[in-house]
Design a protein around this ligand. Structure first.
Ligand SMILES: Nc1ncnc2c1ncn2[C@@H]1O[C@H](COP(=O)(O)OP(=O)(O)OP(=O)(O)O)[C@@H](O)[C@H]1O
Length: 310
């Protein structure tokens, strides 16, 4: 598999702040990678370095083997950034055409309008679109040059649920059928969970976890046992079970966070508690994210899934 983006010991320092602190990783062509992390983690700086907009203090960055500060690398890029002003009085179709004119081999206007679900709005003034429709227009503009890598910064902000779903369905198909690479940031971890092949979690400029959604959930170590508790079951009875790290009650529904679901189940059965509807799960990516970033805060350690320890 070809490498789309590579970072070798990349550092970006602003005075005494390491926005990116010795990051090394490779992003395979054709993969969908979500870059996650709390505010100030270094995501925007890392993307800006990939785009060739920010020069690293030290280290080496390549996009398909070329320096992203050079135009040769950037011709592979499609970019959808968070805040983009649209010109007044220009219609949607005209704007898409204008973007197409920057490229030697652009996608057709119809294809671009279709993929952004904007065919019916082609004659509308771009500034009069709703927030979600403007995001879709930015997507069509980002796709104009038929890019090999698409950078998406919080792409679904302002989109309604059905637009979001359509957008992600389309992107997944696009990446897989055409072997395109997608690098995205989002604060909607459920979206990252649905779409990403790989998740990079950044904190304080470093990559603290790197792997598939499942691998990250496993690394986070949290497992959940949940069930419905009968009226006679008390909070103390549940809290007193072995291997219980945390208990959440929602009415009579109980969710236990544990590192050993088997031991919890065994103890519940042995204690003959009045419970029903057992479920054991690994939780959501969000749970793993919270636990990995909190753990890093405590230990200052780095967690990998074993594929690329650096
Ligand atoms: N131009 C700059 N000058 C000085 N410090 C900067 C600059 N850009 C970023 N930083 C600092 O670098 C760190 C990383 O910032 P960055 O914007 O990359 O984080 P982020 O993960 O994208 O955060 P958010 O989720 O809030 O957008 C922060 O401490 C930020 O204050």
């Amino acid at each position: 598999m070809a490498t789309a983006i590579s970072f070798e010991n990349v550092v970006k320092r602003y005075h005494d702040i390491y926005a990116v602190n010795d990051v090394s990783c490779e992003i395979e062509a054709g993969s969908i990678v979500a870059l996650l992390g709390p505010n100030g983690a270094g995501k925007t700086t890392a993307i800006s370095i990939m785009l060739g907009l920010t020069k690293p203090t030290s280290g080496r960055v390549r996009a398909f083997g070329e320096d992203p500060m050079r135009r040769a690398a950037r011709r592979h890029y499609g970019v959808m950034l968070q805040q983009v002003g649209l010109p007044q009085k220009v219609r949607v179709g005209e704007l898409v055409d204008w973007f197409r004119s920057f490229y030697d081999a652009p996608l057709s206007t119809d294809a671009l309008l279709d993929m952004a679900d904007l065919r019916d709005l082609a004659r509308k003034e771009a500034v009069k679109l709703s927030g979600g429709q403007q995001r879709r227009l930015q997507f069509a503009m980002a796709m104009a040059g038929n890019p090999r890598i698409l950078f998406l910064d919080e792409p679904t902000t302002g989109m309604d649920i059905s637009s979001r779903r359509g957008f992600w369905d389309y992107l997944r198909k696009f990446a897989k059928e055409r072997d395109r690479t997608i690098i995205l940031t989002t604060h909607h971890l459920d979206e990252a969970e649905t779409i990403a092949d790989r998740v990079l979690v950044m904190q304080k400029g470093r990559v603290i976890a790197d792997g598939s959604v499942d691998a990250l959930k496993r690394q986070a170590g949290n497992r959940y046992v949940s069930f419905w508790a009968g009226e006679v079951v008390t909070e103390d009875m549940i809290a007193g079970l072995p291997h219980v790290n945390e208990v959440r009650w929602s009415g009579r529904h109980v969710r236990i966070t544990t590192d050993s679901p088997d031991d919890v189940l065994r103890a519940v059965i042995l204690a003959n508690l009045d419970v029903s509807g057992f479920e054991v799960s690994q939780g959501q990516l969000e749970d793993a994210f919270v636990s990995l970033t909190a753990r890093d805060e405590e230990e200052d350690g780095t967690v990998f899934d074993g594929r690329r320890p650096r």
